[in-house]
Design a protein around this ligand. Sequence first.
Ligand SMILES: NC(=O)c1ccc[n+]([C@@H]2O[C@H](COP(=O)([O-])OP(=O)(O)OC[C@H]3O[C@@H](n4cnc5c(N)ncnc54)[C@H](OP(=O)(O)O)[C@@H]3O)[C@@H](O)[C@H]2O)c1
Length: 299
Amino acid sequence: MRILVIGSDGTLGSELLRQLKLNKLYTVYAYNKKKLDITLNEEIVKVFNKVKPQVVINCAAYTDVEKAEVEPAKAILVNGTSTKYLAEASNKIGAIFVHFSTDYVFNGEQNIPYTEKSKPNPLNIYGESKWLGEKYIKESTTRYFIIRTSWLFGRGEKKDFVDKILDLSEIQKDIPVITDQIGSPTYTVDLASATLALILTKNFGIYHIVNKGTASRYTFAQEVLRYSQKNVAQISKIDSGSYLYSAKRPKYSVLDCLLFSNVIGYELPNWRVGLSQYLKERRSGETFVRGQSSSKELW
Ligand SMILES: NC(=O)c1ccc[n+]([C@@H]2O[C@H](COP(=O)([O-])OP(=O)(O)OC[C@H]3O[C@@H](n4cnc5c(N)ncnc54)[C@H](OP(=O)(O)O)[C@@H]3O)[C@@H](O)[C@H]2O)c1
């Protein structure tokens, strides 16, 4: 199977690539932003005609939730319009199109997990732009997987929530973290393997895929310190009102994964299992190349 991974340097893209390369059944083509800028439609067409992929996995996205509020046109261009280009180009060559979306398409007013049938109503520009991308995909092709996920952590160049908490624990004795955002932290290793299993089913549509279990940002941060065996710093409780955000976040964005588990026959493990595994790997001396965070936001 010829698989094209776009946005291959991102947190999820690099993990998908790592797993794909372990399987000899796949011929994998990796395109990072340097090799393919998805805002350039003609470039997309050129690459698709050259590679002739049977599956296109799009991991490229504009993911800076705070910055999106000040440059909405860019967020919409990357997450909306460019997603349309990719879905149309996939349709034209008969490739399956796989795309990732977010829990931030929901407004968080529910107190039970959101299903694929729940109505999106994003609170911020990032969520709007990702929802627009979803709508364009549905208009452009029938052979698609839209996978909504949340609160990713894992190996990669960008600093995620886990890195930010660990960094702060080196310089602060007390780390205030909000209690009033509830979601499901998700390990990229689990999400990537679930995605690859789902693609093989050809059971197209929208899916929610997150690790089992829920957490507040506060609990997530506490567990990061506990599993990393750092007990010099402590996490203290604040509510989101005392945190200066530009972008509003949903208070509750837990995703219901029943559809995925019915189709695939298993559930993802609890996020604590993934977190503990991830931090153990980091402690065991594996080298992680991590760059600077693109913004100062903690979540
Ligand atoms: N991270 C989360 O917590 C989370 C939660 C829910 C859903 N998701 C979704 O999951 C997917 C993967 O997220 P991630 O965390 O892996 O994101 P990420 O680490 O920010 O990776 C996104 C990649 O896309 C690249 N990119 C940006 N603009 C591009 C363009 N015009 N052309 C080509 N590449 C471009 C980025 O390059 P630069 O960094 O150089 O710009 C980066 O390598 C995204 O669709 C995201 O919306 C993520």
